[in-house]
Design a binder for this molecule. Structure first.
Ligand code: ADP
Length: 377
């Protein structure tokens, strides 16, 4: 059953004085060796050496790189799903419950654990649950069934077409942006109100099976599309929680009401994005990718990369219009939104080139800072 959010959670809300606020937090998760790695790696050599306590890792080609790459977190293969959630996702979930938008996304080569990290249902073993299930569990526990509202949509983005994973007949769903508030939505996508975790698990399963069916029909693989779980939160906030409203509003929280009247309705959104596999972005037609698919995967991931670079450079223009993916992320990424990026890699030397380019993507993302904060300084 639900309980209301505790006052202590408010102290963790984003603040203009927090220099870390708004920066994309980047964690690396190293997948344990799989049976396949063991078969194909004759010498069992690893291409990465991680130093979780130092939050650093080194890459090896012929020799170990002299440079160690630093991230916000570096998780060894043994890190539990629970730990990943607590460290990487929970701060974003708390911020969304406080009224800010947020994004949690996984980037990496196919087979490195993006879906395991985000989408695992853990029906037989709750300790295996991934971030989507744990996030909803937390949100259900910290909202009131009587006065608050949790709704989800589940979308797939394939070749620049938005598809509804909860109603597979709906394809080419438009993306809308409110000209006044900048709020991004996918009108036409199914919206399901969530009351409890079992119901959410059922909805997620429907989405997964539709994803599988749609991809079979299109003769493609899910690694070539992005899956986007959108969780909309609407909360009634009592007046006494609103004492510091004026400072927080500057930070861009989505309060619907401008007055101090009670209760205030606060709306926010969490996006959990399982990105298409990052591999072979510079080659087309290889390994079964069609030239068209490669072009579109390139478009959305490179456009995401460009937005990350533009934010990192504090550029006044963030090129979010270039792809559907970045248009969907537009109001939930950078600025006052809290964003976590999980970089997934495998240990095998065979994938040295892919692993290196994935790590470099993560390094660029480390530089993203809150543009709102910078203007205030
Ligand atoms: P991706 O979504 O990046 O293509 P998956 O999540 O499907 O990769 O993972 C590929 C395989 O590796 C799956 O069999 C998955 O169960 C396994 N796997 C991934 N990450 C882990 C992990 N941290 N611990 C144990 N097994 C994992």
């Amino acid at each position: 059953s639900r309980r209301s959010v505790t006052p202590s959670s408010r102290s963790r809300s984003p603040s203009l004085n927090d220099p870390e606020n708004g920066r994309v937090r980047v964690a690396v998760r190293l997948r344990p060796r799989t049976a396949e790695d063991l078969v194909s790696d004759a010498d069992f050599s690893d291409c990465v050496e991680i130093q979780p306590e130092l939050k650093k890792l080194k890459l090896r080609k012929n020799n170990w790189s002299s440079e160690a790459y630093r991230f916000d977190e570096v998780f060894s293969g043994g890190a539990s799903q629970r730990r990943i959630y607590e460290v990487v996702a929970k701060p974003v979930v708390e911020s969304v419950l406080d009224g800010y938008n947020g994004t949690i996304m996984a980037y990496g080569q196919t087979g490195t654990g993006k879906t395991y990290t985000l989408g695992r249902l853990g029906e037989d073993d709750a300790s295996e649950r991934g971030i989507m299930v744990r996030a909803l569990e937390d949100m259900i526990a910290n909202t009131s069934a009587a006065s608050d509202n949790l709704e989800i949509s589940y979308l797939q983005l394939y070749m620049e077409s938005v598809q509804d994973l909860l109603a597979p007949e709906k394809i080419n769903i438009p993306i809308a942006e409110d000209p006044k508030t900048g709020e991004v939505s996918a009108p036409g996508a199914s919206v399901v109100g969530i009351q409890n975790l079992d119901q959410f698990l059922q909805v997620l399963k429907v989405g997964e099976s539709n994803r599988h069916a749609a991809n079979t029909k299109m003769n493609t693989e899910s690694s070539r599309s992005h899956a986007i779980l959108m969780i909309n939160v609407r909360r009634s906030v009592q007046g006494n929680e609103e004492n510091d409203t004026s400072t927080i509003r500057k930070d861009g929280r989505n309060d619907l009401s401008n007055s101090h009247a009670i209760p205030t309705v606060r709306r926010s959104k969490l996006l959990i994005v399982d990105l298409a596999g990052s591999e072979r972005l510079d080659k087309s037609g290889s390994e079964g990718h069609t030239a068209e698919e490669t072009k579109f995967i390139n478009l959305s991931l490179s456009s995401l990369g460009k937005c990350i670079n533009a934010l990192a450079e504090n550029s006044p223009h963030i090129p979010t219009r270039d792809s559907k993916l970045t248009r969907l992320l537009r109001d939930s990424f950078g600025g006052s939104a809290r964003t976590s990026l999980i970089i997934t890699i495998g240990p095998s030397s065979r994938h040295h080139a892919e692993t290196t380019s994935t790590i470099m993507f993560g390094q660029r993302a480390m530089k993203v800072v809150n543009t709102v904060k910078l203007k205030e300084e």
